[in-house]
Design a binder for this molecule. Structure first.
Ligand code: SAH
Length: 324
């Protein structure tokens, strides 16, 4: 499909003024390109141990901020595109007239118009997802990248799709690190809320004997099963529909749940019951301010906390079931 792209080069202040004015005119679907966002990614570079960042992404940091919008080619799209240009002209004139106060700098306010074909963009976002080390041995690699594993590296091939779990989120990366630390080869694993299946795949690569991933989201179950097969883990791991709040029929030596704090509290008794004696529970997806709440609920259910990890406002906890 073809679109009319209207794009306006502006300043940091201009982003706020323009998006607000466009929104008021009924154009709320805007794309903001802000060099500060790239700076944020660069700052995360160290914590995620990114191996590689595309040069074009780095160069974005030197570019001016930009507000763009896309309208389907055709009469209605043309009308909207012209409206956007009028709004930009109005904001520019208002600023010149001092309407927003003195010294407001909007930058160049240069407007460009181009016809874009979405067939050209479909793969553009791929430039932002590159192989990276998520733990000592685990490397996450999108399927379109060729990555030669070094000694001891285990590759998880994951494409960002409809389900949560590419490994870039703090909650997932903490789970992967804790799985690497606590998973004992040959054991049975339950991945509670499997999403993309990333933890089930990691558990298999780390030597689990059997892995079950469950999710309440049908799309996630399908994506997880596809990812399990793409990673050739299907002889050990499988993804199934399952609502943890309704109980599932599976006993595990290790349960990993990257869920929300409230849900973990709600499930704590069930989790304790599904763990074998001496088993491990890795809980993640917990905002640091909810740490105590989870710790109390899971302790109350009979497990003992043995590790607490924190990253970017999130925490993950490891519990042990007494008995061995
Ligand atoms: N394990 C992945 C995804 C975590 S997102 C990772 O670590 O990145 C949490 C997942 O839990 C979502 O896919 C969501 O659909 C699922 N979920 C939420 N409530 C659930 C429930 N009651 N039973 C099973 N899965 C649930």
């Amino acid at each position: 499909m073809r679109y009319i792209e209207i794009s306006c080069e502006t300043s940091e202040t201009g982003i706020e003024l323009l998006t607000a004015a466009l929104d008021a005119a009924g154009i709320s679907d805007t794309e903001v390109s802000d060099p500060r966002d790239v700076e944020e990614i660069m700052n995360k570079k160290e914590s995620y141990e990114w191996d590689y960042i595309e040069d074009s992404v780095v160069h974005k940091m030197e570019e001016a901020p930009r507000v763009s919008s896309y309208f389907p080619e055709g009469e209605e799209g043309r009308r909207q595109a012209d409206l956007m240009k009028q709004v930009i002209a109005k904001v520019t004139a208002d600023v010149k007239a001092g309407f927003y106060g003195p010294d407001v700098d909007l930058g160049t306010m240069k407007v460009t118009e181009e016809i874009r074909d979405d067939a050209d963009w479909k793969d553009k976002w791929k430039a932002y997802f590159k192989p990276f080390h998520v733990s000592e041995h685990l490397v996450i690699c999108p399927s379109w990248e060729n990555y030669e594993p070094q000694d001891g590296e285990k590759i998880i091939s994951i494409d960002p799709g409809m389900a949560f779990g590419t490994g870039t989120h703090e909650t997932t990366s903490m789970c992967l690190n804790l799985l690497e630390k606590y998973l004992k080869p040959g054991t049975r694993i339950l991945d509670a809320g499997t999403g993309s299946g990333i933890l089930a795949i990691a558990a298999t690569l780390l030597g689990a004997g059997e892995v079950l991933g469950v999710d309440v989201d049908e799309d996630a179950v399908r994506v997880a099963q596809e990812n399990i097969e793409k990673n050739r883990c299907e002889s050990v791991a499988r993804a199934e529909f399952g609502d943890l709040t309704k109980g599932i029929d599976y006993e595990a030596d290790l349960i990993v749940g990257n869920l929300m704090a409230e849900l973990i509290c709600l499930l704590s008794k069930g989790i304790a019951a599904h763990l074998t004696a001496g088993g491990t529970f890795i809980a993640s997806g917990i905002l640091t301010e909810k740490e105590m709440m989870v710790q109390e609920a899971v302790t109350e259910a009979g497990l003992r906390m043995i590790e607490l990890k924190e990253k970017g406002g999130w925490c993950a906890m490891v519990f042990e079931k007494p008995g061995k």
